[in-house]
Design a protein around this ligand. Structure first.
Ligand code: NAD
Length: 738
């Protein structure tokens, strides 16, 4: 029987133990309770066996490790809340113990008396990088595609297994803070330049180089455990420290507006930790980690941005009984702005693409977009010429529909015009076999309407991308009334293949994301009309956690497109559907001043030639009488943005457009950056509680209008004390129950 379930242990003739982490039945190594127990046993064995001179720790997978299994962390957090209800002291003690479990185990590794070398063969994240930092030597394969990172802050927590202490004891404090508070990825080269790894070597030489460090007499003592240790960035209380710290605090404040307690805790850990001996520093980190694990931000960010994200990426909404589809060929109709991007991401996933436009020139132009994107990646060292050639060879640009023959999926991205869409669909269906799936990337036309013209509406579906297609991770998959399970499965298999995150949405005007986005922008237009100064509007939105202000976003989307959408809404739903004052504002910008947005260099912002930065159009303040900024409640502006979006998300749930809260939350975060620290708009309501939320929404409705009218669903939830997570079971369970 093997000694360990998750590790292979082999001692060579020099007495060096090669420990290879290779978890059975997992494609990636992660820390689970069982893995931690085995590491503890390994440390004891190594420390107690005189024959063993040192350890080389590596991985048997392509990557080194993804870090801790966050599902384990989620369990710890919910266990804390459950125990707290009965015995708060006991809950706090248990949480403190759990928060330090990994940290003190890594400390045991570094103080066990034998040298450990981490041989980093592939991507190494979170707790695994922290374990590597606790090793006395670190050797990594010199490959730019390998990422080393402590990304915890991105999910509302921080590197609590010594990361906040070892990084600033190895690297310059400023670089350390930047790395820790942004969760940025480092290439092995960059990590070496920062002092976080000792050597970078070709893949073949990895283990040998690691062993050589031990044979050459690597001391089993970390620099910070030696007398006279000096911090690479100098002490906190020094001229350098006096320069760094006030600026670091100001930068963090500017970037997070105090919305991310974990990022602030990192600064505290580093500042306080660098003033004291190492063991005390680890205890400080453990205390802050315990605090952070109790925050709502940690709870909901881990849930939405890790657990739900993984679930949706793995196909939580995929009909189980449809066999996995193989996409041997995908057709893209329309090689414009969106079609060109769709062709790129498809070919990047290794799938052959036929890219069709009205003539050869237009089709070629679409293909050239892929060449340009690959050139950009090559410039950054993230792709090679050979990869570019291979990707381009997968794209056939042509005006000839016959080339679609044999395609398993066709996605149309032609003009937003039902007649044009009908024509291209009919031409494609004439060539496609009957089982092929046809998808539309329309942003406004109901899928059910488009499907009416199809020979096989069961195979018709919406696959709605966001621009720019290569960067936006979300895809809305839209079900028409007659869309069948097979089409849904193929669409989800496709989204998975191109490594994006799908949400499944029932057919409605604007689907899900755009409905919320329009509310966000509309609220900003109302504020402008009320005389709130434009800079205050943009700042309030960013302070609320939105990455892009609503006026800047309007410019990106194009103000004339906003005008078109408003006019179409009036045509479809009547005059009352659009507030005439808001329509007036947009008409003034577009018709009177020719301000179409970023695309013509004039919108809510001015776009002077570089290097000058864009700035708000000064004349905005002449359009409406301005309020005195001193008298405006910025907190109320922030609430208006968050509430107006959350209310729309709640309506979407009530209408059954989105049925799974995980999708409602992630769709808003990935689709337009809805304040990630809230966990998403539905988690935001859950956090406040439906009853309190309705009360506050009612106050806003009185002052600002019906956009704040809570849907009946919320009243019912308030009455029953329900939350979205709970009332709406994740869709996987809904399907099983049905
Ligand atoms: P675009 O004008 O850049 O591209 C449309 C392309 O379709 C053009 O290259 C045009 O030559 C081609 N085309 C028109 N008629 C054709 C025909 N009969 N046969 C073959 N090709 C034809 O438009 P876009 O911004 O890429 O939008 C395309 C679709 O994607 C629209 O339905 C739009 O609503 C949707 N969409 C756009 C965005 C966005 O941000 N632009 C986002 C999501 C969805």
């Amino acid at each position: 029987m093997a000694d360990y379930e998750n590790f292979i242990f082999k001692i060579d003739t020099d007495g060096i133990a090669l420990v290879t982490w290779d978890m059975p039945d997992r494609s990636m190594n992660v820390f689970t309770e069982a893995v931690m127990e085995e590491i503890e046993a390994l440390v004891d064995r190594v420390a107690g066996d005189d024959e063993i001179k040192g350890v080389v720790f590596t991985s048997g997978k392509d990557s080194f490790s993804g870090g801790a299994d966050l599902a384990m962390l989620q369990k710890i957090m919910s266990q804390f809340h459950a125990t707290k209800a009965k015995d708060a002291d006991k809950a706090a003690r248990e949480l403190f113990g759990n928060a330090g479990r990994m940290s003190w185990l890594w400390r045991k590794v570094e103080t066990c008396g034998k040298p450990w070398v981490s041989a980093i063969n592939g991507t190494c994240m979170g707790g695994a990088f922290e374990l590597s930092l606790a090793c006395h030597g670190r050797v990594a394969v010199n490959d730019d595609s390998i990422r080393l990172a402590l990304p915890e802050v991105k999910v509302g927590i921080f590197p609590g297994a010594g990361g906040t202490q070892r990084v600033p004891r190895l690297a310059n404090t400023q670089e350390a803070l930047q790395m820790l508070t942004s969760g940025q990825n480092l290439s092995p080269k960059k990590a070496k330049a920062m002092g976080l790894v000792h050597e970078i070597v070709p893949k073949k030489k990895l283990i040998e180089a690691a062993k050589k460090l031990i044979r050459d007499g690597l001391e089993p003592v970390q620099p910070w455990d030696e007398k006279g240790f000096k911090l690479p960035g100098g002490p906190v209380y020094s001229p350098a420290g006096a320069n760094l710290w006030p600026a670091a605090i100001a930068i963090l404040r500017r970037e997070t507006y105090g919305n991310y307690p974990a990022a602030a805790a990192i600064l505290k850990c580093v500042y306080e930790g660098l003033l004291v001996p190492f063991d005390t520093a680890l205890t400080i980190e453990q205390r802050y980690f315990t605090q952070i694990l109790q925050t709502r931000e940690a709870e909901v960010m881990v849930r939405s941005l890790f657990i739900s994200l993984q679930d949706l990426n793995k196909g939580a909404r995929r009909p189980q009984d449809v066999p996995a589809s193989k996409l041997r060929k995908v057709g893209v109709l329309g090689a414009g702005f969106m079609g060109a991007g769709i062709a790129f991401v498809t070919a990047k996933a290794g799938i052959p693409v036929v890219l069709i436009d009205r003539d050869q020139e237009a089709a070629d132009k679409g293909k050239a977009h892929s060449a340009k994107l690959m050139d950009g990646l090559i410039k950054k060292g993230r792709a090679t010429e050979a990869e570019k050639e291979k990707l381009l060879s997968l794209i056939t640009a042509t005006p000839d529909y016959a080339a679609l023959e044999g395609a398993d999926l066709v996605i149309e991205a032609v003009f937003e015009d039902s007649a044009v869409k009908r024509e291209v669909m009919e031409r494609a269906e004439a060539v496609l076999r009957s089982s092929a799936v046809f998808a539309s990337n329309t942003s406004t036309i109901p899928i059910t309407d488009l499907a009416r013209n199809s020979q096989r509406p069961k195979n018709f579906i919406g696959i709605h991308f966001f621009s720019p297609v290569d960067r936006m991770m979300l895809v809305e998959v839209i079900l028409g009334k007659k869309t069948g399970d097979k089409a849904l499965a193929v669409a989800l298999d496709y989204v998975r293949a191109i490594r994006k995150t799908p949400i499944v949405v029932n057919d409605t005007r604007g689907f899900y994301v755009n409905r919320c986005v329009l509310r966000y922008m509309d609220e900003a237009y109302s504020m402008l009309i009320e005389g709130v100064p434009a800079p205050m509007i943009e700042n309030a939105a960013r302070m609320a956690g939105m990455p892009v202000g609503p006026l800047a976003l309007s410019d990106e989307i194009a103000v004339d497109l906003v005008q078109k959408i408003m006019k179409q809404t009036i045509r479809d739903l009547g005059e009352k559907a659009v507030d005439p004052r808001r329509m007036g504002l947009i008409d003034t910008l577009v018709d009177k001043h020719g301000r179409f947005g970023r695309k013509n260099g004039k919108g809510f912002y001015e776009y002077p030639a570089k290097p000058a930065k864009k700035h708000l159009w000064p004349n905005l303040k002449t359009l409406y009488p301005q309020q005195d900024p001193e008298k405006i409640d910025i907190e109320e502006l922030k609430s208006r943005f968050l509430y107006v979006i959350a209310l729309e998300a709640a309506r979407v749930m009530e209408e059954g457009i989105v049925i799974d809260p995980r999708e409602g939350d992630l769709g808003a975060i990935l689709g337009f950056g809805f304040a990630p620290y809230t966990g998403g708009p539905l988690s935001f309501i859950d956090g406040i509680g439906a009853a309190t939320f309705i009360e506050r929404a009612g106050q806003l409705k009185k002052k600002y209008g019906n956009q704040f009218k809570p849907p009946k669903l919320l009243a019912e939830m308030a009455q029953k004390g329900e939350r979205f997570y709970g009332r709406f079971a994740p869709a996987g369970e809904i399907q099983k129950a049905a």
